[in-house]
Ligand binder design. Sequence first.
Ligand SMILES: *[C@@H]1O[C@H](CO)[C@@H](O)[C@H](O)[C@H]1NC(C)=O
Ligand SMILES: *[C@@H]1O[C@H](CO)[C@@H](O)[C@H](O)[C@H]1NC(C)=O
Ligand SMILES: *[C@@H]1O[C@H](CO)[C@@H](O)[C@H](O)[C@H]1NC(C)=O
Length: 228
Amino acid sequence: MKKTVAEILPYVALWALVSSLAYASDPSPLQDFCVAVNDSKAAVFVNGNFCQDTKMAMANDFFFPGLNIPGNTSNKLGSMVTPVTVAQIGGLNTLGISMARLDFAPYGLNPPHTHPRGTEILTVMEGTLYVGFVTSNPDNRLISKVLCQGDVFVFPIGLIHFQHNVGNTPAVAIAALSSQNPGVITIANAVFGSKPPISVDVLTKAFQVDNNTVSYLQAQFWPDNNGY
Ligand SMILES: *[C@@H]1O[C@H](CO)[C@@H](O)[C@H](O)[C@H]1NC(C)=O
Ligand SMILES: *[C@@H]1O[C@H](CO)[C@@H](O)[C@H](O)[C@H]1NC(C)=O
Ligand SMILES: *[C@@H]1O[C@H](CO)[C@@H](O)[C@H](O)[C@H]1NC(C)=O
């Protein structure tokens, strides 16, 4: 029996909703694994990466060495993030998980940033970190804590957060993230270091400061502490 448009429409709408939801985060796997094809010339964009033939998979597709090596914290922030995402381990493709090592010099800072695609759960391995995140509008409540070795803290997806080494010794943390490619937006870099710059008029109104202050901030070098 032929279905009318009115009968089909709800299914189309549901399909559109479901597919848009699916593309809003890492897709769930349709197979055991999907080792990413490492081809920068791949012309078609997919949400993730193409899958290598599963028969070709080898242990090295699921392997990353050297996370025992501290990141180089000799920069203005005194911190370095060493990510282990699908860019480093092709076998993470479609699996919705990744991790990072965070190193801090004494009093080093991982500045306010967000991960647009992943919740983060962080474990302090060494040192003392003052960490926090801010809830969305209108409350903008700061939820913060000083963490010691062995403490675990969660930064919910999308929320602005930071980690500051408040000790006079180096600090190390390991973070797990709920995306193969969680992304990073460092607030100062995005707002004051965009290329090309955001108009001074926009930033003076947004931050309620004079144009000299905005020009000063735009003239700074905003370091990226994400090592790749
Ligand atoms: C760490 O980074 C600084 C600044 O980029 C550089 O001068 C130094 O050689 C690096 N140290 C190591 C051990 O790579
Ligand atoms: C992909 O290729 C780039 C460039 O050759 C390399 O730096 C990177 O480590 C590769 N990634 C994986 C997961 O093999
Ligand atoms: C900054 O503000 C001053 C005083 O309002 C004005 O004379 C000047 O042209 C402004 N400069 C820029 C770059 O907008």
